[in-house]
Design a binder for this molecule. Sequence first.
Ligand SMILES: [Zn+2]
Length: 515
Amino acid sequence: MKERNNDQPENNKSYVSISLRKYITGQLSVILFSLTLLTLGLTGCKSNKSVASPSSDQDLVSTIAYDLNILVDYENEKIEAACGLTVENRFHHSVNRLPLVLYRLMRVTSVEDEQGRKLYFSQQVVSYEDWDKFQANFIEVNLKSPLQPGAKAILKIAYSGYLSGYTETGLSYVRDSIDRNFTIIRPDCLAYPQVGIPSWSANRAAGLQTFDYTVRVTVPKSLVVANGGRLIERLVSEQQVTYVYKNILPAWRIDVAIADYNLLEEPSLGLRVFYFKGDEPGARRVLEAMGNCLQLCTKWFGPLASKTDFTVIALPEGYGSQSDVTSILQTRDAFLNPEKLVQLYHELSHLWNVKSLDPLPPRFESEGLAMFLQYVTREELEERTGDLEAAARRTFESLKLKCRENPRLLEVPMIDYGREQLTDYSYTYGMLFFYVLSKMAGQEAMLQAVGSIYQNFCQTGATARQFLEHLQTPLGLNLEAFYQSWVFSTEAIRDICNFPSLDDLVRKYAPAARP
Ligand SMILES: [Zn+2]
């Protein structure tokens, strides 16, 4: 499993990145999709106290789990929800208050602690301090007693309200609403409380949260609730149906899509596709591609340590595609486009990533690898040739432009991309790293070496350095000098900037290129 902080331009998240970038400059561009990264906070209840300054020293405790109950009231176009939120204090000091953010048209009606005691809270709709147009309900909950270091707390937050998107902020894909045709509950629209304060940069600095969740969603019987977790129960009453889902791997977001979906599945492989009526041929193609891809990755890398379900959910056009650890939400145009199967290959390959032990992983070892693998997979499964070459050439050209736009690329070695917030380039420069390495070592050997990393570290996880170290063994190569040029210094990216063509780069680093 892995975090999906960003996805590369050709992948799902790109929509988010691109749409955001149009509107946001500088540091905010990185924060984009961190809509989803907003750290969660807790809070709840009521009071008329004034809201503390958002930039005051708020402690953003870690989110451990959600237990979310949602009733969708289509008559009144609103949701009624009860959110159990488990947090942990990983600071060395105790914490008295929990800050939360929630969608601007949602109000918290009560907050209780684990013992059912009412907690005082304040709430107020405010603009983010570093993004004026972005407004949220900022809630602060006072705990009955301080949360000690290492301790956990469960808050029960009752809230309700409307969803009306965030298009006014420039997030044109966040057009969420409560509508019988299509409703989506997701972090991008703050549809559930998240630990955080009204500041993109502060929430982002708190780091990506991974948590477990159970989500129960009640809708009219005519509708279907789709989620990327495992369906635990489907409870039908006279008028309504309640779907209960649990996450499969530690999650970093909860997405619930509700529509008159059809479902296609392959239970033996744990694969599911939620699609709109009339799109069955497309859904069959997606299901088949998933099955083929899993089979191919298993052949290359060996079996997964545990069986993992995977779900694809179609969204209407314009809602932005998104991926979580065990699912992809794909807009209908992408869902129906066979060229976009490459996104599926990318995401499925991530199942063979090992857990990163770096606090801020550089991500070439996950995203750069997935970019490389998505094209190799497509060549193999779709009997195409030249896909990887073409992608490598495009990437080379785009990096040449980027390194002029962003001089930091010439200063920061790839090993520090996580720490220096340059992981967008792990998709591109990281992909070229694996491309050139495969020229040196041979593609077949590269794939085996990647499998060897998975089999060795799937239980323990690995740092990026361990990943690199281990890679040498199955390849039977001493890669110290290569790593020095590509990962631990900026020599190779300077070459990309200066060399006229990709061939020059390959000639320098893989003079005896193998097929
Ligand atoms: Zn990815």
